[in-house]
Design a protein around this ligand. Structure first.
Ligand SMILES: Nc1ncnc2c1ncn2[C@@H]1O[C@H](COP(=O)(O)OP(=O)(O)OP(=O)(O)O)[C@@H](O)[C@H]1O
Length: 242
């Protein structure tokens, strides 16, 4: 199972008829079990790319090959929960076949046990994000897409949720693609970090991280982070996937 992405270009037309180039050359591939992290500046086209990869936007030049009929779990920047349904109902509606034990395990890891009967309006941003994550994992996706799952959470909460996502991803063989602005999150969560240029997005560099997530020490994490910063600010466009 493999995701192969080769987006040559993506443009939007403004209401005035002007053309805006958003993606200008993004190619990478991910294998089952791999977590790819897209890191790029605000507005460079990351969310647009995720929509293309999920098949929600067919209007682009290039090719995306997903496993045929792949189940997709998509966590959008906004949790997009049904406000009139409880936490548990939101998750069950997306995954009617999910068994009780699996849902309980998900609620446990994501610290949602006490909130099963709450409604989205009663939840903090962090909790609503967790429900959106539970819903995406509950469908047992072959392709999991996470658009900034840690954005706008305080540092302690973000790092807890990051560990929970790592725990959930580690036990599964899906392809995961995550977007973040945060280099630290990218290095702690990713198996492959894909650095993007400002709009229109191009791949500046790809860095595979071969040490398993749980075995990455602080020294290695710091070294990879400084390599990323060097690639972003200090060298010409290049693509050096293995
Ligand atoms: N439907 C649309 N019509 C016109 N322009 C759009 C549309 N969707 C996105 N854009 C433009 O495309 C560019 C990329 O947007 P996108 O949301 O993909 O960036 P992003 O990297 O995800 O940003 P952020 O990190 O801030 O979430 C932006 O300039 C945005 O204004």
């Amino acid at each position: 199972m493999r995701l192969e992405v080769d987006i040559a270009s993506k443009t939007f037309k403004s209401a005035a008829g002007e053309q805006h180039d958003v993606i200008a050359g993004v190619a990478f591939a991910l294998d089952a079990g791999e977590v790819g992290v897209l890191v790029g500046p605000s507005g460079c086209g990351k969310s647009t790319m995720l929509r293309i990869l999920a098949g929600l936007d067919p209007d682009f030049q290039g090719r995306v090959s997903r496993p045929a009929g792949a189940r997709i779990g998509f966590v959008f920047q906004e949790p997009r929960l049904l406000p009139w349904r409880s936490v548990e109902e939101n998750v069950r509606l997306a995954a009617p076949g999910a068994d009780d034990a699996k849902l309980s395990a998900l609620f446990e890891v994501l610290e949602l046990k006490a909130h099963r009967n709450h409604f989205p309006g009663e939840l903090s941003v962090g909790l609503a994000r967790r429900v959106a994550l539970a819903r995406a994992f509950a469908v047992e996706p072959e392709l999991l897409i996470l658009d900034e799952p840690l954005a706008s959470l305080d540092t302690a909460l973000a790092s807890r949720l990051r560990d929970e996502i790592a725990m959930l991803v580690d036990g599964r063989s899906m392809i995961t693609l995550l977007v973040t602005h945060d280099v630290d999150d990218a290095v702690r969560l990713g198996d492959r970090v894909i650095l993007l240029s400002p709009r229109p997005a191009r791949v500046l560099a790809q860095l595979p991280i071969r040490t398993p997530r749980s075995a990455r020490g602080e020294v290695e994490i710091a070294a990879i982070k400084s390599e990323i910063v060097r690639r972003i600010y200090g060298c010409p466009t290049q693509q050096d996937a293995p």
